[in-house]
Design a protein around this ligand. Structure first.
Ligand code: RP5
Length: 163
């Protein structure tokens, strides 16, 4: 059970991977046990419900869900589980992800989905937020997150301009 996934990363299509890999990269960097798979809300509704219904009992503490277009995956997962859902709007072909963003962020009252920026930054930040959730009860992970911030600050402080 030591390697049972604490964070689930799901996406509506393999075409979302270019964006969602940035969430997985952060989870790997912090050594957080995770799983990643395609679950399409409209093409795999039964599997989507089964995933959401079993997540909490399997020990999953947060689910990062990315989708594009009429992006109902995060909201429908949230409808079926109390495990926190972190929604990532994936850029879409015609509306550049503004459709994805609005689909995910505009949840009606009662079923929350935490919504992140469109694209790569959103995927990475969703993973950092998932880690922050785990860090509330994991001091080692909290220290790693603090260290990540320190390193990031150092990089910004050392930035040089070509002038
Ligand atoms: C959504 O439709 C997926 O999340 C993806 O962003 C988008 C396009 O899917 P594909 O046609 O590339 O499979 O369900």
């Amino acid at each position: 059970m030591a390697n049972a996934p604490l964070i689930g990363v799901v996406m509506g299509s393999s075409s979302d991977w270019d964006v969602m890999q940035h969430a997985v990269a952060i989870l790997k960097e912090f050594g957080v046990a995770h799983e990643a798979q395609v679950i399409s809300a409209h093409r795999m509704p039964d599997q989507m419900f089964a995933y959401a219904e079993s997540a909490r009992a399997r020990g999953v503490r947060a689910i990062i869900a990315g989708a594009g277009g009429a992006a109902h995956l995060p909201g429908m997962l949230a409808a079926k589980t109390i495990v926190p859902i972190l929604g990532v709007p994936v850029p879409s072909k015609y509306l550049r992800g503004e459709d994805s963003l609005l689909s995910i962020v505009q949840m009606p009252k009662g079923i929350p989905v935490s919504t992140f920026a469109i694209g790569e930054a959103g995927a990475a930040n969703a993973a950092l937020a998932a880690i922050a959730i785990l860090a509330t009860t994991d001091d080692k992970l909290a220290a790693s997150l603090e260290q990540f911030r320190v390193k990031q600050t150092q990089i910004a402080v050392e930035m040089k301009l070509p002038v």
